[in-house]
Ligand binder design. Structure first.
Ligand code: ADP
Ligand code: MG
Length: 319
C-alpha cells in the first residue's frame, strides 16, 4: 500500500502557476501582489451531512473547490491559492484519482494553485481553504446595501434543491430536467467572472448557499436595512418548466440550498450596466426586489399586491 507521502505525490502535487513554493515543504510560500488584500475563506464537506457517501468522487472534488471559489466570487476577489484537508477512511486509489481529477479540473478552469494540505485517516471529510486577492478596499462586503438599491440574483436559484429532492426520491421529474437539476447540485459553477465585474457596481453581495431568503437576511442584518421581494419578478418559469409545481418551485427558489449564485444589491442607476454584463457573461441576472429602510424587515409583495412575510427560511445546521 502506498504511503501517505506517496499518495500526496501521486494525486495532489501538480505544477503551480503563481506560487513560489508548493506541496512538499512544511508550508507553502506565495506572494500577493502589492496593493492587494488577501481574501481568505474555508468550507468543509462532511460525508452524510453535505453529500451522500456514494457521490461520484469526481463531482465531489469539483464541488469541494467550487463552493470555496463561490465565497471569493462573492467578495469580488480573484482566486489564487487553495489548501486541502482530507480525512479518508481507507486508501482507495481509484476514488482518490477521480477526486483529484474533479478538483484539478475546477482548479485549472479558474486558475487556482493547490499549494498544500493535510491527509489523515478518519471518517470521509473534505476541507478546503481558499486564498484570493482583491485590490485594497474594493472587496464587496455584506454591509454596503442602502435603501433604494435594487436586489439581484444570478443564474437560476432553486435547481439544486430540485436536484436534491430527486436524489432523495421526494419528487419525480422528467429525465432531462432531473439530469439538469442533479448537475446543478453536484457541479455548481462559481460565479468568479461576475464577482470581479461587480466591483464598483454592487453595493453588497454574498453567495447563496443556504437559501435565498435566509442569505438575504445576512445582508439586511449587516447593512441595517430591510427588503421587499416582488413575487412577480421571481424567475420561477424554468423551475415550472422542469416539472415542479408552483409551491415547490417557489420553496426551492426562496429557501433551497446549494445554489452558489450571487445575490447582490446595486443602485437603480446600474440597470443598464447589469443588462450588458448579463449578455457579456451569458448569465441571467434577475432583479427581484429592492432594499428598504425598515431594519430587519423582509417582506414579499405577492402577485395580488399584498405584502407578507415569506413563509420560508434558510438552512441552519444546528436548528
Ligand atoms: P507536515 O507533517 O509538515 O504537516 P505533511 O506530511 O502533512 O507535512 O504534508 C507534506 C506536504 O504535503 C505538505 O507540503 C503538505 O502541504 C502537503 N499535503 C498534505 N496533504 C495534502 C493534500 N491533501 N493536498 C495537497 N497537499 C497536501
Ligand atoms: Mg501536516
Amino acid at each position: 500500500m502506498p504511503s501517505e507521502f506517496e499518495l500526496i505525490r501521486r494525486y495532489f502535487n501538480r505544477p503551480c502557476a503563481h506560487t513560489d513554493l508548493s506541496v512538499g515543504d512544511d508550508a507553502a510560500l506565495v506572494r500577493p501582489a502589492s496593493g492587494m488584500q488577501l481574501a481568505i475563506s474555508t468550507d468543509m464537506l462532511i460525508a452524510g451531512t453535505h453529500f451522500f457517501p456514494d457521490t461520484d468522487p469526481c463531482d465531489l472534488g469539483w464541488k469541494a473547490l467550487a463552493v470555496n471559489l463561490s465565497d471569493l466570487a462573492a467578495m469580488g476577489a480573484q482566486a489564487r491559492w487553495a489548501v486541502l484537508g482530507l480525512a479518508l477512511p481507507d486508501v482507495d486509489e481509484p476514488w482518490l484519482s477521480r477526486f483529484a481529477d474533479g478538483l484539478f479540473h475546477c482548479a485549472d478552469q479558474y486558475g487556482v494553485d493547490l499549494v498544500g494540505g493535510d491527509t489523515t485517516r478518519g471518517p470521509l471529510a473534505i476541507g478546503v481553504t481558499i486564498f484570493g486577492e482583491v485590490p485594497n478596499g474594493s472587496a464587496i462586503r455584506r454591509d454596503g446595501a442602502h435603501p433604494g438599491d435594487e436586489i439581484w440574483i444570478s443564474g437560476q436559484p432553486g435547481l439544486a434543491a430540485l436536484g436534491l429532492a430527486c436524489l432523495q426520491q421526494r419528487i419525480t421529474l422528467p429525465t432531462a430536467a432531473r439530469t439538469r437539476c442533479i448537475h446543478a447540485l453536484q457541479h455548481p459553477e462559481p460565479r468568479l467572472a461576475l464577482g470581479l465585474a461587480l466591483r464598483g457596481v454592487a453595493s453588497a453581495m454574498l453567495d447563496v448557499s443556504d437559501g435565498l431568503i435566509g442569505d438575504l437576511n445576512h445582508i439586511l442584518e449587516r447593512s441595517g436595512c430591510g427588503a421587499e421581494i416582488d413575487a412577480t419578478l421571481l424567475p420561477l418559469t424554468p423551475l415550472l418548466a422542469a416539472g415542479a409545481d408552483e409551491p415547490l418551485a417557489r420553496r426551492c427558489l426562496l429557501a433551497g440550498g446549494d445554489d452558489y449564485e450571487l445575490l447582490f444589491s446595486a443602485p437603480p442607476s446600474m440597470q443598464t450596466t447589469l443588462a450588458a454584463l448579463s449578455t457579456q457573461l451569458q448569465l441571467p441576472l434577475t432583479r427581484i426586489g429592492h432594499i428598504t429602510e425598515h431594519r430587519g424587515q423582509l417582506l414579499l409583495r405577492e402577485v395580488d399586491g399584498r405584502l407578507l412575510p415569506p413563509l420560508v427560511s434558510g438552512y441552519d445546521h444546528f436548528a
